[in-house]
Structure formats: C-alpha cells, structure tokens
Design a binder for this molecule. Sequence first.
Ligand SMILES: *Cc1c(COP(=O)(O)O)cnc(C)c1O
Length: 384
Amino acid sequence: MNIAPSPTLAVDAKAKELKAAGEDVCGFGAGEPDFDTPEFIKAACVQALAEGKTKYAPAPGIPPLREALAAKYRDQGVDDVTAAQCVISPGGKYSCYLAIQAVVSPGDEVIIPAPYWVSYPEMVKLAGGVSKVLFAGIDAGFKITPEALRAAITPRTRLFIINSPSNPTGAVYSSEELQALTEVALEAGIYIMSDEIYEYLLYDGVKHVSPASFSKEAAESVITVAGFSKTFSMTGWRLGTLMAAPAVAKAVTSLQSQTSSNATTFAQYGALAAMEQWDQSLAAIKEMLTVFDRRRLFLLEGLQAINGIECARAQGAFYLFPNIEKLGLSAADFAARILEEEKVAVVPGEGFGAPGYMRLSYATSDEVIEKGLERLARFCKKLG
Ligand SMILES: *Cc1c(COP(=O)(O)O)cnc(C)c1O
C-alpha cells in the first residue's frame, strides 16, 4: 500500500538517535508538550486500575466521559448536543481517521488547506478520496479565504478540513473568518472536519471558537475532532474525541467497534478526572501556557533576527513556521544539513505541503531554544 510514514516522527527519531549516540542535539521537532500529565489525572487512572476498570468499555467510550464532553460543547455554544453524539477514540489522530472514513467514499474530493497536518492527505488516500490542496503562505497569514474555498468546491467535493489553531503554522482563524468559511461549506452541502486539538493552546488573548457552534445547520455538518494529548500532556495515553451529528457519530462508532473496539478503559477515567475537576485542569493548562508563551516570544524574536528567515507571530499551538526561501536551498536540504552540521533538528515543510518553510516546536527547554538559535544563526550566516 502506498502510504507515506509520518515525516514529523522521522525527524524526531533521527534526532533521538543522534542524542542516544552522545551528540548534543537541539531538537525543535517535538510534536508533544514537554510536560508530564498532571498528577490528579494520573491518580484517577491508577485508581480506576485498582478498582478493576480493566475490561472492554462501550465502543463510543465510557458514558460519564461522553456526558462531560457533551456538556463542554454545550458550554461552548453547541446547543442541544448530547452524549450520543460524542465518541472517545484511541487518539485525536484516530478520531480524524474515523471522521474521514465515515464520510469519504472512493472518488470523493476533500479540500485541505496547506500548510496541513501531515496525516490528512494520507488518511484521505486510505478512504479512496482525492485531496484538493489550497495553499496559503506566510503573506496570507497561512489562512485561506472563503473565495478560494468556494472556487475549489466541485460536485464531487464531500469534505473540507480545517485545523485552527494549526499544526504546523500555529495560525488561528478569527471567529469571523471561520464563520465565513463555514457558510461557504454549508451552502455547498459538504461536511467540515474541524480539528481542534489545540483549542486551549492560545496566546495574545486570542479566543477559540468551534464552527459547530455557529448554527443548527453547522452542528449537523461539522465533525469536531479534539483530544487530550496536547491540552493535558497526555500524548501517550491515546485518547481522542469526536462530536458529530447523530448519524455520523453512529457510523463512527460502528467503525470503531470493528477496528479498535474502544479507547483504553482505565485511561478514560483519567480523562474523566480532567473534565470533572476543571479548576485543576485550568490551573495546569495556565501554567503550561505561561511557559509556552515565554518560549514562543523568545524563539520568535530570535528567528526574526536572522537574515534570510521570515517568521510570523503565530498565536496558537506550540509551533513557529518560518519561511526560509531566501536562504536558497530547499527545506529538506536545509533540515538535513543543519542536523548534520550543527546538530539542530527542525522539520522541513515539504511534508506539510509547504516547501520553503520549516516547523520549529517550542515544546522544548529554554536552554535548547537559546543554543539552537545560536546554531541556526551561525548556519544561516554560513549560507548567506
Ligand atoms: C497532535 C495532533 C493530533 C492528534 O494527536 P493524538 O495524539 O492522536 O491525540 C491531531 N491533529 C493535529 C493537527 C495534531 O497536531
């Protein structure tokens, strides 16, 4: 089968390999928070294990967690959403896969804004669909326009994927921008998959909005995907969420029941604690955001000071996505050479549908950022 391995995981693996061999690597490849899961969440999981919550769970997830999720979305303005519309899966990535499999048939077109998260086009391929990529670079704030979306829709279009805050760019669409895009999709009668895995990782006072909250019609056509990995530093727990219209949620549940059965039962009790003890969760998120924000600005200033690098002030997630076209070599070559010559790991933009760019994660220590910036500056000077 012609499916490409995840390039983000590949760079991370190579950097870890060099590190294991004793090299002093500055890794900007991380796709996960460098914090531990909050203690109270771990404790709830341990307690669930002790209580024997070690058997199969219902395919769509344990009822109280689905209830808590529905309540959260009602709070965010998705009126009348019920637990029956919420599914817990083994990871946000799997939630995306389930959503795409549920609505995309062979030959269907799926519109994906680029730079995109690496897995979307491969998942569309797995469903037999055809990706239609809409590129929006740094000058467009990495955001597509409603006009561009409208122009890309054909009678074969089935799904539009949006990811705000974005991996890899960190860009965040405003409520107005999201509303305009949602309207175009609704008019055309296509589904929207809104990947909101970074919904809580926002800076500069920016607010998150779910497209499903815009109207009753939107709630019926938007499949909202999120999860616990990024918000609660729970990447290894493998817990994702999905909210959709009842018929889609039902199809997704059938698919899950025939593939993964259910997300790990005792892990779901940890996630339940995260939802139910929201004050503690908020405190943990706030603490993490304070650190991320400081690093974001430090890395941003450092990159903007390097000749040949152009970097936008991203307001979400934990990535910056500078343009390096002026340096005169491809992102893939840049990434390979700087890893070899300066032991700095960055992820080249090609895998995100954005040659000429690279992704730097600031989910790493201040020391790594400081040292990495020095090496980056030295390497770029050598090039220019
Ligand atoms: C990390 C990530 C996910 C899913 O992560 P899981 O660990 O599978 O929960 C989904 N979408 C984007 C854009 C991501 O960056």
